[in-house]
Unconditional design. Structure first.
Length: 224
């Protein structure tokens, strides 16, 4: 498991914009903005506010640092904002950037707060009457997914995450809604499985490039 020594900044935009700060594995600050449509305008301000609240200057070269970015699953625009911001910060500060599955963070919260002894599911709202979900063992290790689909296709296991508030009659709601915590993201993110820095869209883009352009000119036939 990767060491969490030093300063860790966590960013996630798979749902709302969330930022957390941890030092030596101990969460010290978090900030979140509930507006899901303004990630680009909010994220850097959240990072600055969380670091200021923790009394930390992220430019301080005195200790090891890491930026942890949630890569989804989530909507196209939100994920792009979060990952691009994390990469830009990493480049500016000379800090390593590591991507993790956002659902894994909520699973870690389930293990920490609920202390379940059975397999469970984490689900978030994917809109279009669908959910993003993944399956976990009792220790919070992912054993299925992530996937996107109808709430009715989710395994009939205890379910946690924001989707339980959206589909309470179609998911096996087992406890608190549990939105993604910035504090948990920063504290446990370094030890979660590396998911790379490619966004987990899980859906095909709505817009597609035509495979062959159509001619707008009338076809001229040669006389036989």
């Amino acid at each position: 498991m990767r060491s969490a020594d030093g300063l860790v900044i966590g960013l996630d935009t798979s749902t709302v914009a969330v930022v957390g700060v941890a030092v030596d594995g101990r969460p010290v600050a978090e900030r979140a903005a509930p507006d899901r449509m303004r990630h680009a305008e909010q994220l850097i301000g959240l990072v600055e506010a969380a670091c200021a609240n923790a009394g930390i200057d992220p430019r301080d070269p005195g200790r090891p640092r890491l930026i942890v970015a949630g890569v989804g699953p989530g909507p196209f625009t939100g994920l792009r904002v979060g990952i691009v911001t994390a990469r830009t910060l990493g480049l500016a500060l000379g800090v390593e950037v590591r991507g993790i599955c956002s659902l894994d963070v909520i699973a870690a919260q389930v293990v920490e707060t609920v202390r379940t002894d059975t397999e469970f599911v984490v689900a978030t709202d994917a809109r279009r009457r669908e959910v993003y979900w993944a399956r976990y063992d009792a220790a919070g290790r992912r054993c299925g997914g992530p996937e996107v689909g109808s709430p009715d296709a989710v395994p009939r296991l205890p379910c946690y995450g924001p989707a339980t508030a959206v589909y309470p009659d179609r998911l096996v709601t087992a406890g608190p809604e549990l939105g993604l915590s910035g504090r948990t993201l920063a504290a446990v993110g370094p030890g979660l499985p590396d998911a790379g820095l490619e966004p987990l869209y899980l859906r095909r883009p709505d817009a597609a490039v035509p495979s062959r352009p159509k001619s707008v000119l009338a076809t001229t036939r040669r006389p036989s």
